[in-house]
Design a protein. Structure first.
Lengths: 270, 584
């Protein structure tokens, strides 16, 4: 029953992940010592992929929760529901992960509501305990359980910062877009295009990242480049693929979109 | 890129350039720098910024209608002669010119010595360098060829004048498919192609150019200055060559003059204010904060660059006339505008855990049942309701207390502030009144007349009315501090109303563009964060109308709005504008 419950959370095949530095060893060390991990980095730079890869490597189920401003404590912990016989408790995803010793990945954790942030406090210090106050239960985390949260320091306004009391409970891994050559290898592999084309896409992204804070909140991410590459492989012309996957979705400012498309036009002619 | 948006940006850059030309002593006094309403970003700026990894300016070069001007390059600026270009071609010429400038900035060495180069030799060297730089850029960015190609039209029919030959040469060097047929052009193409594997060897191509110039001499081709007819996207290449000695002399004279200006300038501002000593500041300041400042030349912020000292204001005598005016203002009826409570999404919210409402909050209801069965004390607020939320808008009025706001403007500022603080005390708004002045980047003084949670009482009003104006105006840093104060006000709607003369200045800044650019940057980033900002500017009658006149000449509504400067006669209009901003 327990195994079945988690079957859907297991990662069956090895995810493609190309390490930039020693992040794999560092994560394993943190896991051995049961230290919760904070992944810092811009959107689409491979944080989620890294966690998937680590879950596969460590042979642990992975529970992912995308947080938003409506994510409350009960969304993480669980809640009472009603049926004919009265009320019954349903575990939330975090509780599930704790009970079954999974890796729990809270994506964009700063977005969550205040009451959700304090829930993880007893879980991330020496107690390693989840308190279900509504139910009156304390769940002790097994040794395998590992809490990972992600955080994008870039576009988060100053108004949304991790509180020191939360931040200081974590060890942190800094993610950033990798070097151009490394990123091109990832784009070529994931997008299924040749390295020269991937390198051109990466250059477009590098140009766009110069504009961060100057009209763009965030430069083009690896994720977007991979999408553009796939569209090209599927037969779309390079300029159409760049418009569809890069310049149009990147922002709403027409001038900036034009500039982004101009970067693409510098590489590819119509 | 649309021609229109490009136009406005160039306008503001042009304004700044005009200020640049003025003698320093005039800059502060008679010319009002424009507080750019948003960050000036056209796609052209953004394209160059991304490609160069640094910020450059794109400005408009004005020309007489018939003149054929070329773009002009400087280290950080590209001037485009938009007026001498056909409307229908402006867009493509702008892009081609920007890409050509990019080629020079990336690959051409600047300010080369002319070294006795004859005029005809220089023109050939120019043409070869243009082609070399473009070819280098095309290696990385082959797509740019299609920007330039349409302008390469010269061929046999263009003739064999120097201008035509050079244009035909350029055509042959850019377009592999084009075959010219002229002996000299074909030879040039052959020699150029032979060196294509060594494009980065600048001197090799200078040598090539001198061979070709020699040939022209033997062919008895007459020198003629550039007519500007061909390849209009290409700049005049002055940037490539070192200025001749004459210009250098003029430049040094100019800078000497500036040096003479400065001491008297700063001495004047020093004398005008009783500058408190360093020790006084430390004792008086209740808190210290550091902030970064935007440097437009670097295109990034100097971290921890400026220091804000919070301390009580210096108080002067209470001016009876001002006091009477404030009392009179109280009687004036303004068109009543209050926050439109029904339309703004952030003001109407579904509130949970209410004691009454239109629907049950399911979570709360279940908890109620659970509590009842457990026999513990139930929470009875199980409804949810749509409610307007009381005090939703927080307004911070930031007052310029510097000496540059003369007494006339200062009085108007204080009247405006008093009136706003009193009228907004209506249960829907939270108001704070802060003020600032500065004395160099490490002494930005910040005074809190009224905080959000303190009442606007008689004592508070008196302090405001008596506050002494002195020192300078480092708006950007003060604004950063004000924004930091607003953090605690979230998630209410937050607005900052700056009341002053809209003119940043400080004793340790001599570049007239630096502080305005910093302010524009703060405003831009703050607005992106969802905090609204309006600058309400006051000045004495003459200055006010002059600026307003300037403003009406401009087509752009946004610039005009932000440029409006009010005086005593237009005080009511100013207040209406402030109220409209707050109600927005
Ligand atoms: N080092 C890498 N190895 C393999 N693939 C990578 C790597 N970096 C990025 N990717 C690719 O980039 C895509 C986006 O990465 P991912 O979804 O992990 O981003 P993220 O950092 O989690 O973004 P967000 O913060 O938006 O969730 C992945 O689907 C993957 O294809
Ligand atoms: Mg040139």
């Amino acid at each position: 029953m327990q195994q079945n419950r988690m079957a859907g959370y297991r990662i069956k095949a090895q995810p493609y992940f190309r390490a930039v530095g020693d992040e794999v060893e560092l994560f394993e060390a943190a896991h051995r010592l049961k230290l919760p991990v904070l992944l810092k980095g811009p959107t689409g730079c491979g944080k989620t992929r890294f966690v998937e890869y680590m879950a596969w490597r460590l042979g642990l189920p992975l529970v992912q929760i995308a947080c938003n401003e409506d994510t409350s404590a009960s969304d993480l912990l669980g809640r009472f529901l009603l049926n004919r016989d009265g009320t019954y408790w349903v575990d939330g995803p975090l509780t599930l992960a704790v009970r079954h010793g999974a890796i729990c990945y809270l994506d964009e954790f700063v977005e969550a509501r205040q009451d959700a942030t304090v829930v993880i406090h007893p879980l991330t210090d020496e107690r390693r305990m989840l308190l279900l106050d509504r139910k009156g239960e304390a769940v002790q985390a097994p040794p395998e359980f590992h809490l990972v949260i992600s955080y994008n320091p870039g576009y988060q306004s100053e108004l949304k910062r991790l509180k020191p009391s939360t931040r200081q409970r974590f060890v942190a891994l800094d993610f950033d877009y990798p070097s151009a050559s490394h990123e091109a290898i990832v784009v070529a592999a994931e997008g299924g295009v040749d390295p020269a084309l991937a390198a051109r896409l990466v250059d477009i992204a590098h140009r766009s990242r110069q504009l961060k804070g100057n009209g763009l909140d965030e430069g083009l991410s690896t994720r977007m480049l991979i999408r553009a590459a796939r569209l090209m492989r599927d037969g779309l012309s390079p300029l159409s693929a760049c418009r569809l996957a890069l310049s149009a979705p990147a922002c709403d400012d027409a001038e900036i979109c034009t500039a982004l498309q101009n970067f693409a036009e510098a590489h590819f002619s119509a | 890129m649309t021609a229109m948006s490009d136009f406005t940006i160039m306008e503001s850059a042009e304004t700044l350039r005009r200020i640049d030309k003025l003698p320093l002593s005039l800059r502060g006094a008679q010319v009002r720098t424009v507080l750019l309403p948003t960050h000036p970003r056209s796609s052209l700026h953004a394209f160059l910024h991304g490609m160069l990894s640094r910020r450059v300016e794109v400005v408009r070069r004005t020309a007489e209608a018939e003149e054929m001007l070329r773009p002009v390059l400087e280290d950080n600026r590209l001037a485009l002669p938009m007026d001498s270009w056909l409307k229908s071609k402006q867009n493509s010429l702008c892009r081609a010119a920007a890409a050509h400038a990019l080629a020079h900035w990336r690959y051409s060495p600047a300010a080369q010595a002319i070294d006795g180069l004859k005029p005809i030799g220089r023109r050939v060297a120019d043409a070869i360098e243009d082609a070399r730089a473009e070819a280098l850029l095309l290696d990385d960015y082959p797509g740019l060829r299609s920007l330039w190609k349409p302008f390469h039209e010269a061929d046999e029919s263009s003739g064999v004048s120097l201008d035509a030959l050079l244009a035909r040469l350029a055509h042959a060097l850019l377009d592999a498919e084009y075959h010219d047929g002229n002996f000299w052009v074909d030879k040039a193409r052959r020699l150029f192609d032979a060196q294509r594997d060594h494009l980065s060897d600048y001197s090799g191509f200078r040598h090539l150019a001198s061979i070709l110039a020699n040939d022209l001499g033997q062919m008895r081709v007459r020198f003629e200055p550039d007519s500007g007819r061909y390849l209009r996207y290409r700049d005049d290449n002055t940037w490539l060559w070192a200025p001749d000695t004459e210009t250098v002399v003029i430049a040094t004279n100019e800078s000497n003059e500036k040096m003479d200006d400065n001491p008297s300038d700063s001495a004047a501002s020093g004398a005008a204010s009783e500058v408190p000593t360093e020790r006084d500041d430390a004792a008086q300041a209740t808190a210290l904060y550091t902030y970064s400042e935007w440097d437009y030349r670097l295109g990034r912020e100097h971290p921890h660059w400026a220091t804000v000292l919070e301390r009580a204001p210096t108080l002067g005598e209470l001016d009876a006339a001002l006091r009477a005016n404030v009392a009179a203002d109280r009687l004036v009826r303004l068109p009543h505008c209050r926050t439109r409570r029904t339309t703004h999404p952030s003001i109407i919210r579904r509130r949970y855990l209410q004691s009454e409402g239109d629907t049950l909050d399911i979570d709360a209801t279940i908890m109620l049942r659970v509590a009842l069965r457990q026999g513990s004390l139930p929470e009875l607020n199980v409804f949810s309701a749509i409610r307007p939320s009381p005090p939703e808008t927080s307004v911070l009025i930031l007052l310029d207390l510097s000496a540059s706001t003369n007494e006339y403007a200062a009085a108007l500022e204080k009247r405006a502030t008093c009136q706003l603080a009193e009228r907004l005390n209506d249960g829907y708004h939270r108001v704070a009144v802060h003020g600032f002045c500065s004395d160099g980047r490490h002494r930005v003084f910040y005074h809190r007349f009224k905080d959000f949670d303190t009442p606007f009482d008689e004592a508070c009003r008196n302090r405001l009315l008596c506050a002494h104006s002195g020192l300078s105006t480092r708006i950007g840093v003060a604004l950063r501090h004000a924004v930091a104060q607003m953090r605690a006000e979230l998630p209410r709607r937050v607005k900052i109303l700056m009341v002053g003369d809209g003119e940043p200045a400080d004793i340790d800044v001599f570049d007239p563009r630096y502080l305005p650019a910093d302010v524009a940057h703060v405003i831009y980033t703050t607005r992106r964060r969802g905090i609204d900002i309006l600058a309400l500017s006051f000045a004495s009658g003459a200055t006010a109308s002059e600026v307003a006149d300037n403003a009406t000449n401009k087509g752009d509504e946004d610039i005009r709005q932000s440029q409006l400067v009010y005086n005593a006669n237009t005080f009511t209009a100013a207040m209406a504008r402030a109220h409209a901003f707050i109600a927005q």
